[in-house]
Every structure is written in C-alpha cells, then in structure tokens.
Write a new protein. Structure first.
Length: 552
C-alpha cells in the first residue's frame, strides 16, 4: 500500500515544480522585453521627432480689398452724417393720467376722426416706439418722477447743423445733446453738443433740431422714396442701445404700411404715417436714424418696430423720405410748424363693396360727422353724404382724400362732388386749418399741435409758465402790465436762480414786459450762454428786485 502512495506524492511534486518553472519563465521573458524596449527608446525626445518646417511659408495680411456688395462704401459715405442723440428730462409735476409708450391697444376701438377711421388691429402685440429703453414707466412725469434720460439717433441734412430725427426722441426733453461720429469720447460727463428744437410735427413723428457749428458738417442726401421697391437692399444706421454707428442690412419688405394709434376719443393719431417696412435689424436707440439705399440716399427714417421682446424681430418701420422732405421744408420756415388743410369732416373708411352697392357708389367715402365751423358744414355737406370727387377727379378711398385735402393751402377752396340719396351734387368748400379742426373734434386746445416754443415761450428755455397779472395784484403792486409766474419746473434755469411762483416779471434784459405777447417775443430770442436778468415785483417785498443768471 505504501508504494502507490509514494508514486502519487512524487507525481504531485513534479507538477508543482513544473508550474513554478513555467511561472519563472514567463516573468523572465517579460523582464527581458521591458529592458529591450527601454534600451531602444533611450534618449528619444519630442524635439528629435519634430518635422523640418524650413519649407513652410509665413502668413501675410493681405492689402484691403473692396468687396462686391459695396455696403462698406455706403457706410463710409453716409456714416459721418449719422449722429447720436441723448436727452434729459427733469421731473415735472402733473396730474394727467399716463400711458406707457407703445402700450397695446384694446380691440374694437371707436371710429376715427377727420379724414379716416382706424380699423381694429389684428396683431397680438404692439408697435413699440422707443427712446432707447432708458426712461421709466411714468413717461409724462409725476410728482415723484426722477430725472429721465433717453437715447436716439438722427442725421445731418444741412452742413450748418440742421438734423432730422423723430419727435418722440426729443419730445418733453429739457436738454438735447448731439454727438457726431468724429467727436471725441470725453467720458461719462461729456454729453455732447447742445441742440435746440427748430420745429416738430407730431402727426408724422418728425422733428428738426439744430446744433451750432463753425465749420461745415458732413451731411446726407434724401432720395425719392417712391423709387424704393419691395426687395431692394437697404441699410439701417444708428445707435441701438447707445452703440453709435451701428449698421444693419436688410431689404424693403413692404410699402405704405400704416400703424393706427387712436386717442381715447377715437381720433386717429397716425393718419399721415405711411411707413416703409424693412427687415433690417432696428432696435431701441435706432429711432430717428436713416434707412439708406444702395446709392447712399436716405429713403426713410427708422421710427418704430413690431416686437414681443422690445428688440428686433425683423419687422421695422421707416417714415418715407418724401414725407420727411415736405415736413422738413415747413418746419424750417418762418412759423416752424406744419400746416395742413381740412374740410372739417370725419368719415368711415374701409367700407365693403356691399355697402357701395347698397348706396350706389363704387368709390368715395361716407361722411360720418361734420364739424359746425368747418368748410364742409358751411358748404352744406351733411352726414351720410358720399364724397366721390375732388375738382372733378374721382377719389379712390379715404387715404386719397386725406392726401389731397391736407396738401392744400389754408384759405383756398375745392370743388367736391358728392352723392345724397343717390343724386349727384357738387359744392365749393373752403380749406381750413386742420390743427384747429382737430382741436374742435377732440375738445383739445389747438396749441397742443404747436411747437413747444409756441405753447409757452419760456417753458423750455426758462422752465416757467406765466399768465396775465390779475387787476387786483397790479393795483396792490402798483404796476401796469407784466406777467405772473404760475409754475416753476424743478431743476430748471428759473429754479436755479430762485425765480418763484407768484412773482411778477416787469422787465427782461432791460426790455419792458407789458403782457404775455411781449414776454414771449423777448424769451423767443434768448440763446444758450446768454445772460438773463429779470426785474420782478413781489407782494412780500416793496420795490423792484433783480434776479438773473446765464442760460445753460
């Protein structure tokens, strides 16, 4: 029994010895491989592996080349005439209800007034006019309103410093500053060159301002906007978000677009606004900047955007150049205002063909109301009459009627053809001043459509409003004539020199002030940097007092 056991034990020992030998053999082989690899790679580095680059050629910056699209050439040509506009509005006390600019309009607003009815908008959002997003919600100001700053753009059309921009850029501004593309950046305190308002037209949202200059300034030419076709390339230049000399490109998307913003009484405030639509990027701050064609001519002025986000969404609107030229020429005239003709009616536009068939006409407009003092009333025109022609020319619609009548001179006459109860009649109608007619329709003061200087000559320049001196006050002070200060705007020139409410101004710069007319005539000629000295009387003191300072 021992022999077999010894045999098994010997076999197991041999197997163990063989397994160990195999293991040692494998370890020896791996060790040799590692040593050989180390020897072969000894001293090899990345430097020795680098390629020979002696045949590589250095890169060279090429000479400037003019690209085929020509955009850069146009920008070089017109860019220097595009300016940045920033304004300051000091706090004002008012009890008037406020409305945020661009607020969405309610559906189904009431019919329009003179020369048209705005149709209810089917767009879900609002058309946003913009100052650059710098103002607060209380745009008209309030007792607790803070100083308001705004941004916009403009373009020089006369080397002597005349600039066109949007009225809403400078509206209610106490100070207007302009920066040219060539003006150095003087830091946060450098607002630019002080500008003055030459005239404004709220109906087209156009304003003309002027800066003083010793040297001729670069200017831009206005083209014929009727030649602009849908699909034409255009460039929008301005200061979106305050980033001056920003250029965006697009095409003319549509023409003759209207944006109706009726007032609370239903009278359309945009009868004279027919826009060029473009997809060139327009953002807050672009307002008032030019839209130029490929010839470098202005075909429009960027005015509004249609947006859900207060930024560009490819739908922008520019006031056509032909409208701008007509308004500009009137604003630089002696009266510095736009006068439009009116016959004193309101009418319904956008009538269906069924209405025309029912009342027996294929063109024309139905008179809705007749202003008692207007030319149409005096000529016998009545509500329900259908005006079909002007001086023998058939009119197509309300826009045609508006364009014709508003362009006529106040005091002239026109022959209107109209239908009444299916019978054709005619009447000679006198053309009146639309501003006065509009005021009668709305119940507003006609001065609301005048320039700020006309509303009160000293409100912008001095910061005060005045009225005639009551007889009892004249007797108590022992004065004849003069004007009484009725309000002083906080932070204004008058406020800084301590001119107070209730004081009576009898003299300005040695010129006697006898009434409101003489006061306005004196103040109208005051300019920036002029010394202004008032002789005043006050019920709290005896005799004359003198206050004065230098206009900013």
């Amino acid at each position: 029994m021992d022999a077999p056991n010894r045999t098994i034990s010997t076999l197991m020992d041999r197997l163990r010895s063989h397994r160990l030998m195999t293991t040692f053999t494998l370890l020896a082989t791996l060790s040799v491989g590692i040593i050989v690899g180390s020897v072969l790679t000894h001293g090899v580095s990345g430097k020795e592996q680098a390629l020979d680059s002696s045949d590589a050629k250095p890169l060279v910056i090429p000479s400037p080349a003019t690209l085929s699209n020509g955009f850069s050439q146009i920008v070089k040509q017109v860019g220097p005439a595009v300016v940045n506009i920033n304004t300051e509005s000091l706090p004002k006390s008012t009890n008037r209800p406020t409305r945020r600019r661009g607020q969405a309009l309610p559906p189904g607003h009431p019919p329009g007034g003179e020369d048209g009815q705005p149709s209810p908008g089917d767009m879900q959002d609002f058309f946003n006019r913009f100052f650059g997003g710098q103002g607060g919600d209380d745009e008209d100001g309030g007792v607790n309103a803070a100083e308001r700053r705004a941004l916009g753009s403009g373009f020089i059309v006369d080397p002597r410093g005349y600039i066109i921009t949007n009225n809403h850029v400078v509206d209610k501004a106490d100070k207007i500053y302009v920066k040219l593309s060539t003006d150095p950046d003087g830091g946060p305190g450098d607002s630019g060159r002080l500008a003055k308002v030459v005239g404004v037209d709220k109906d087209t949202d156009i304003a003309v301002i002027k800066i003083e200059t010793k040297d001729p300034l670069p200017s831009i030419k206005l083209g014929n906007s009727d030649s602009a076709q849908v699909g034409d390339w255009v460039l929008a230049i301005g200061s979106p978000f305050g980033l001056s000399q920003t250029v965006s490109a697009g095409i003319v998307s549509a023409k003759n677009r209207s944006i109706d913003e009726p007032s609370p009484n239903g009278v359309s405030q945009s009868q004279f606004q027919r826009f060029i639509q473009t997809d060139a990027a327009i953002n807050p701050g672009n307002s008032g900047g030019p839209l130029v064609d490929m010839a470098g001519n202005v075909v429009g002025m960027n005015t509004a955007i249609y947006t859900q986000s207060m930024g560009s969404q490819g739908v922008g609107f520019a006031m056509p150049a032909n409208t701008i030229v007509k308004v500009y020429n009137m604003l630089i005239g002696p009266e510095h205002k736009v006068t439009r003709g009116s016959i004193g009616i309101s009418f319904q536009s956008g009538l269906s063909s069924a209405v025309g068939r029912m009342y027996g006409f294929s063109n024309g407009v139905i008179v809705s109301t007749v202003t008692p003092s207007g030319g149409a009333a005096k000529a016998g025109i009545q509500p329900g009459d259908v005006i079909i022609s002007i001086d023998g020319r058939n009119i197509k619609d309300g826009d045609d009627l508006v364009a014709d009548i508003s362009a006529r001179k106040v005091g002239s006459s026109v022959k209107l053809g109209y239908l009444r109860s299916g019978k054709q009649n005619s009447a000679n109608v006198s053309i009146g001043d639309r501003a006065k007619t509009y005021a009668e329709i709305t119940g507003a003061d006609a001065d609301d459509t005048s320039t700020p200087e006309e509303a009160d000559a000293g409100q912008n320049t001095l910061g005060i409003t005045v009225s005639a001196v009551p007889p009892a006050v004249q007797k108590k002070l022992g004065v004849q004539g003069g004007v009484m200060v009725t309000s002083v705007r906080p932070g204004s020139f008058a406020d800084e020199i301590n001119l107070g409410k209730g004081q009576v101004i009898t003299e300005i710069n040695k010129h006697p002030v006898t009434d409101e007319a003489s006061y306005k005539a004196i103040v109208k000629n005051l300019k920036s940097k002029d010394d202004v000295v008032f002789v005043i009387r006050d019920v709290r003191t005896s005799g004359n007092s003198y206050v004065g300072g230098t206009l900013p």
